[in-house]
Design a protein around this ligand. Structure first.
Ligand code: PLP
Length: 469
């Protein structure tokens, strides 16, 4: 498999070359030359595979420069009941006939990001050891991504993590998850500022190319291609869980922010998985909903991004969206580059009256947005009807899904986190707090280790340099 850029300006690369990055040198995102087609007979052969083996047969199509035996071993080591709580890894709960919840949040940090990030930890360690290299991951987090990255990379040879977070602004549970880690390769930095200050510091360091290469700085953000393909696997697993033997269509609803999770569904569909609809569910930050309804893509400025009660979807631009648009415009790199030039120069692009947007239905995408009031009423309703407490992001998905259900077509809603991470809104909705998995009892009381720092790029560079050489 060869990889190119969505903007057409990158010579072909192999999987191992693009694994540690995601951004192409021309400003585009790396994409595979094709999506391998899985025919109905192959699909049926895969039906009985345990999760790790299913992950292996799918991943080897994209990671073909890692020997099969190594990849298989690495995937088996990743997807274990010890790490994900059950042998199924992503169990499915049927709420009522043709309405299902796909549980993706039983990994170490209780959010779906663990499913991909845990694999990335093993992949990174393997590729770095093979090439005799080291990597210093620098990131900014408002909660979920940072903890998923740290739990995936902790204790790994050749890898250090420097994670910036806004001091005092994460939930007590999220802060405790990260700051209680005692591994020597994890460095938590609490910045005196907001999330955007953290993000700006990461960008400033990454833009200093000589510092970046001297200190082997890398990222694990949501555009990482390894994360995307790891997520493709559970769409297949879920399809097997709700169908019997015929190629029966199912629909998925996906709570979306950076368009990473639902992009994996798009790829599964392009690979031939019988997916009817991909429902993109947003919160009040409805950039993606606006596009799928109108054809206009208009990323918001930071100042116009709302702080909501489903905070992991409070995004102003959907980083992975360009990969879908590349397919929508028939993989025309010059066209993608022109569209993103329009975003840079005029703040938006508009495909409304184009033949491209006229074909949007062929891709299965539809959308909707939720709100604080609907989130609260959905959390209540889901507990009342099914005895299930869902987190606010999953609630946004369930709320939006209602409009797109069809008789006889199973609707699978992706759970993106456990409610234990977002106690405050659960109390507001239900009058009582969420249940917390036993291992996390008293986590807020554990000793915490982190460094406070002003939003000062020079200081950050000094801090990193002192610890990597
Ligand atoms: C990251 C995240 C999302 C959004 O996922 P994308 O892949 O960025 O669209 C939704 N819910 C939760 C809980 C998350 O952590």
């Amino acid at each position: 498999m060869r990889y190119f850029s969505t903007r057409g300006g990158m010579p072909a690369q192999r999987f191992s070359d693009i694994l540690l990055g995601g951004l192409a040198p021309d400003g585009g995102l790396v994409v595979p030359e094709r999506y391998p087609l899985i025919d109905a007979a192959t699909l049926e052969r895969w039906r009985a595979l345990p999760y790790a083996d299913l992950a292996f047969v799918l991943l080897r199509l994209y990671c073909d420069d890692i020997p099969d035996a190594d990849l298989h071993e690495l995937v088996r080591r990743t997807y274990t009941p010890q790490v994900f709580g059950t042998a199924e890894i992503v169990p499915l709960r049927t709420l009522e006939p043709d309405l299902h919840l796909l549980r993706l949040s039983n990994g170490p940090t209780l959010a779906f990001k663990d499913v991909a990030m845990q694999l990335l930890g093993n992949l990174f360690e393997y590729v770095l050891a093979r090439d005799g290299r080291a990597l210093n991951i620098l990131g900014a987090t408002s909660g979920d991504t940072g903890s998923a990255a740290e739990y995936a990379m902790r204790g790994r040879k050749g890898i250090r993590v420097f994670m910036l977070s806004p001091d005092g602004r994460m939930s007590p549970f999220q802060a405790a998850q990260m700051f209680s880690l005692r591994d020597d390769n994890i460095f938590n930095i609490a910045v005196d500022g907001v999330f955007d200050d953290c993000q700006d510091m990461v960008k400033a360091v990454s833009n200093d190319l000589s510092f970046k290469s001297r200190h082997a700085i890398g990222t694990v953000n949501s555009i990482n291609w390894g994360r995307i393909i790891a997520q493709v696997v559970y769409y297949f697993k879920a399809w097997f869980a709700v169908t019997r033997d015929a190629p029966q269509p199912v629909s998925f609803t996906v709570p979306s922010g950076n368009f990473g999770n639902v992009l994996a569904g798009h790829i599964a569909r392009r690979m031939g998985l019988p997916i009817r609809r991909l429902v993109v569910a947003t919160n009040e930050n409805d950039v993606l909903d606006e596009f799928f309804r109108t054809g206009i893509y208009r990323p918001r400025r930071t100042a116009d991004t709302f702080q909501t009660s489903s905070p992991s979807m409070d995004i102003s631009k959907a980083s992975n969206f360009e990969r879908f648009v590349w397919d929508l415009v028939d993989r025309d790199g010059a066209r993608v580059a022109a569209l993103w030039r329009e975003v840079d120069e005029r703040g938006a692009f508009d495909l409304a009256s184009t033949g491209e947007f006229a074909r949007i239905a062929d891709f299965g995408f539809v959308s909707g947005s939720s709100s604080h009031a609907r989130r609260i009423s959905t959390i209540r309703e889901v507990e009342r009807r099914y005895g299930e407490v869902v987190d606010p992001h999953t609630a946004d998905g369930l709320a939006v899904a209602q409009a797109w259900r069809e008789p006889g077509v199973p609707m699978i809603c992706l759970e993106t986190a456990l409610p234990a991470k977002f106690a405050q809104i659960i109390v507001e909705a239900l009058g009582h707090g969420p249940r917390r998995p036993g291992a996390y009892d008293g986590i807020e009381e554990a000793a915490q280790r982190f460094t406070r720092m002003p939003a000062d790029v020079g200081m950050l560079k000094q801090y990193i340099a002192a610890r990597v050489t």
